[in-house]
Design a protein around this ligand. Sequence first.
Ligand SMILES: [Fe+2]
Ligand SMILES: [Fe+2]
Length: 162
Amino acid sequence: MISKTMEQALNKQVNREFYSAYLYLSMSSYFETANMKGFAKWMRIQAKEEQIHALKLYDYLLARGGKANLLDIEAPKGKWSSAGKVFEEVYSHEQKVTGMINALVDLAVKEKDHASFEMLQWFVKEQVEEEEHASGILAQVTCVGDVPGHLFYLDHHLGKRE
Ligand SMILES: [Fe+2]
Ligand SMILES: [Fe+2]
């Protein structure tokens, strides 16, 4: 059975993953409004992935005899000034999440909770990809700048995400 400390910490992370989903869904709606359908689609898929992350932790908590406490989800902001600003925020948000995952791994070590340590390794690897994708797209958006034709191309490219 999982310790109360770990249970509480993982419940907090479930909430943060759902917040990530909320944030990315909000970004998706911003892009929809700006008529950037490819960016919107990319963000919507990203939001769905964050829900999967949340449920992965939720299922793990239950499998370990823990209790899932679903906490209030903070409202994300809904307005950005450009695609570049959105991706600056995605990248810094993912870096923050990496810090949270690392703190959970530290806690698992401290609690001698090998099962949680092992489960969290999936998230450690996932965060490497998340940061790589966010920083990669940020670099592309920055490179393209505000040139409409180039942005249109990038929008088309991002819309190919499945
Ligand atoms: Fe996540
Ligand atoms: Fe993420």
